[in-house]
Design a protein around this ligand. Structure first.
Ligand code: GDG
Length: 732
């Protein structure tokens, strides 16, 4: 029975040691709740570090045994591994770079990277010790970026999902990391890669297509013939828990206590882990500015600020904590009155019941991170507002701001704006609060944590099915044999061959892709067989095909079907077509050449092609879509077709296409074996035009109307070579 394996740096558990005993208590985090329904079922498991260093073997055995009862499997890490893999690489390279703090906090140490790799391998070994074919593995977060590929190398067919909980930065930031390619390759071991927001998806696709030699088409990356889907899955919370906690007696009691302590003052709540990315100092600055500019706010507004201790043994964090202490002390000492303290500051964590009471009571929740993958606090506040009132002020740098658009959205660097937002929030009419809150509550309720888990798993299954259906259409040994058998048995065959990308690999210089000795041999042998009609059907110019193939015995079709050459005869061009439109289109293309270094125009008889393979990555694509838009109406008026191909945009007469050209050779002829090979969008016309009995083969892994797939020109040549080994057929 296949199982699901969840993998994250930390297990969803807290382990403490009291005297000689280890005490296990479950963690209440959102991820633990959301995945609880998964890992506790059947033989599913969760793999991770138990959060404590355990050195003695007998203690490890004991803890492993206890964890097993809870469907948890530990990865034990020693202190040096924690220091270098976790504190060092994860938190001093990945965390700062991914939160746009590279220049201030990133520290690229080789030994940290070595440990990061070694610990990811350690996780892999534990996975391999239990994983079986058919299992689903879901890996979480930035500490385990290498793990998907490490597992994929050992278990090529297993389903792997990966989710990043922190932002994925723009390529300009990401490229700073010395080990950027290795990190991306690691992630691409997954079948489905999830982020919180669409911006993260865009950044990831941008970085991947610039750094690695992969094919990207919309949100699908193709690497080693495997399609990897990249998508945003905004994480939700256990909304029901936060909506029902305020109904509990102990929470109700605390709500009353808070209300009584803050009778005449509006309560602003702020909750974060201690981290420079959370914008705590900037928030204090905005609060102070408000007190300075609005004397009537004195005694009327209180900031209730909880900072949860985190990594404060690290100097940067200890420094941040000291700065917060100082700033809070300053503000309180300047503005405090006999009856009122502006900031109630707590540097510790609280039970969830207390958080719930605070969320339920606070008039305003102030969430202003400088960067945040999602930010669950903002959603927990919304879910706790069972009276549909209250105001959320939310940084536009938090992932949740993309969904919670009814919050007051601020730029956390703009102290004046945050200050004005606080004033707007405390004076917001109740109806407006309710209107905004109701909309946000509906969203938080629908897109809750179970929904998140469900859509991620559903999508992962779909991706696997898509990959399998592509695989099934890949020409297997058996299919190859049956195609060859059909070939042997038939007596009148036609073989359509596209050139670039089908018989030879793409070259950045179009002149360079000339045929090699092996290719000539294959083509000559094929056409020596009197039963075969070999047709080379290409988008290239006829002069070009002429130079390469006029001495062979094959039928040539150039420029997508504008020019034909039967063996032993001269070229003739399709008649009745006009090329007058070129006078209007050429000057437009020229303006794009002038604006896009590296691009150029190729002129064919009935088409113009704008090439941008040598232009700056991204710029060419941008200009091509601009050009597409620009030509849209003109093209349809003039009976032209715009074809966006591989780093080219072609404008051609609508009446010409490879499908029509192929049909002129097959119609009325009784071929008993028709086969066509092609790799790009123009070949799709042939695949669709040929009769149902034809064998159509797509080269590459993009979606196609062809019946079968081959991976590359090497595989095409191999199949054609097999044909040439059976040439002794008598024509009837
Ligand atoms: C990372 C990403 C992304 C806080 N104080 C107490 C307490 N908390 C709980 C909150 C909330 C959680 O901690 C904090 O979650 P955030 O999402 O705000 O931030 P990170 O810890 O940085 O999480 C983040 C998240 O992963 C999920 O993908 O949203 O962007 O940085 O749930 O309630 N819990 C208790 N006592 C406290 O005092 N019990």
């Amino acid at each position: 029975m296949p199982k699901t394996i969840i993998v994250s740096n930390r297990l969803p558990i807290k382990i403490s040691k009291a005297e000689d005993e280890y005490i296990l208590s479950p963690s209440e985090g959102g991820l633990a709740t959301g995945l609880g329904s998964i890992y506790k079922q059947g033989n599913n498991v969760w793999i991770g570090w138990p959060g404590i260093e355990i050195t003695e073997q007998q203690d490890k055995d004991y803890v492993s045994h206890q964890l097993k009862e809870l469907s948890l499997i530990p990865v034990f890490l020693d202190q040096e591994e924690i220091n270098q893999y976790y504190e060092g690489f994860s938190n001093e390279v990945l965390w700062p770079v991914f939160h746009y703090y590279a220049s201030t906090y990133a520290n690229y140490k080789q030994s940290n990277w070595d440990y990061y790799q070694a610990v990811n391998q350690k996780f892999r070994d534990i996975i391999l010790s239990i994983a079986e074919p058919g299992d689903i593995i879901w890996i979480h977060d930035y500490q385990l970026l290498l793990l998907p590929a490490l597992v994929r190398n050992e278990l090529p067919d297993v389903s792997i999902g990966f989710f990043l909980h922190i932002p994925f930065p723009s390529h300009e930031m990401f490229r700073l990391i010395p080990w950027r390619s290795e990190l991306l390759e690691g992630m691409l071991g997954a079948d489905l890669i999830g982020f919180h927001t669409f911006d993260d998806v865009r950044h990831f696709l941008g970085a991947t297509s610039r750094i690695l030699p992969v094919n990207t088409s919309s949100n699908i990356i193709t690497m080693d013939e495997r399609s990897i889907v990249v998508e945003s899955f905004p994480m939700g919370i256990d909304e029901q828990k936060y909506a029902t906690l305020p109904l509990q007696d102990d929470v109700k009691e605390q709500i009353e206590q808070i209300k009584n302590s803050f009778i005449n003052t509006k309560l602003i709540l702020s909750i974060d882990r201690l981290d420079y990315s959370k914008g705590i100092l900037q928030r204090l600055q905005a609060f102070e500015l408000m007190l300075e500019l609005c004397p009537e706010c004195i005694e009327k507004i209180t900031l209730y600020m909880i900072v949860v201790p985190s990594r404060d043994t690290v100097p940067q964090y200890a420094h941040l904590r000291d700065e917060i202490d100082k700033r809070v002390g300053n503000i309180n000492s300047i503005y405090r009155t006999m009856d009122w303290t502006p900031i109630h500051y707590y540097y510790r964590s609280f039970p969830i019941e207390t958080l719930s009471a605070l969320y339920h009571t606070a008039d305003v929740c102030l969430v202003t991170p400088m960067r945040d993958g999602m930010n669950l606090v903002s959603k927990e506040y919304i879910a706790s507002r069972t009276n549909n009132d209250g105001v959320l002020i939310l940084s536009e740098m938090a992932g949740s701001s993309k969904e919670l658009i009814d919050a007051i959205i601020v730029n956390p660097n703009n102290t004046g704006e945050v200050c004005r937002a606080i004033l707007q929030a405390i004076s917001m009419p109740l109806e407006e609060q309710q209107r905004r809150m109701t909309a946000m509550r509906q969203l938080v309720s629908k897109f809750n944590i179970s929904h998140w888990v469900k859509i991620f798993f559903d999508r992962l299954k779909e991706v696997k099915l898509m990959q399998r259906s592509m695989q099934a259409r890949h020409v297997s040994f058996a299919t190859e044999q049956s195609i060859i058998n059909r070939y042997i048995k038939t007596k009148k065959r036609i073989i359509f061959l596209d050139y670039d990308g089908t018989l030879v690999n793409f070259k950045s210089n179009i002149e360079q892709a000339s045929p090699d000795e092996e290719l000539y041999n294959i083509i000559n042998k094929l056409s020596e067989d009197p039963a075969n009609q070999v047709v080379l059907i290409s988008g290239r110019k006829h002069e070009n095909l002429n130079q390469w193939f006029s001495h062979t015995d094959i039928y040539l079709i150039a420029e997508h079907g504008s020019w034909f050459k039967k063996p032993g005869t001269n070229w003739h061009k399709i008649s009745g077509l006009s090329d007058q439109w070129k006078h209007d289109i050429y000057p437009i293309l020229e303006t794009y050449v002038d604006r896009t270094p590296g691009s150029f125009i190729e002129e064919k008889t009935y088409s113009l092609v704008w090439h941008y393979r040598k232009s700056q990555n991204g710029l060419g694509e941008l200009r091509a879509s601009e050009l597409m838009n620009n030509l849209k109406y003109l093209a349809s008026d003039k009976g032209l077709q715009l074809l966006a191909g591989d780093k080219v945009l072609e404008v051609k007469n609508m009446d010409i296409n490879k499908g029509k050209a192929a049909l002129t050779l097959t119609e009325g002829k009784d071929y008993d074996f028709i086969i066509a090979f092609g790799d790009d969008y123009t070949d799709e016309d042939i695949f669709k035009a040929l009769p149902e009995t034809a064998i159509t083969i797509k080269v590459g892994s993009n979606l196609s109307a062809a019946k079968f797939y081959l991976r590359n020109p090497i595989e095409v040549r191999k199949l054609l070579t097999s044909f040439t080994q059976h040439t002794t057929v008598e024509v009837g």
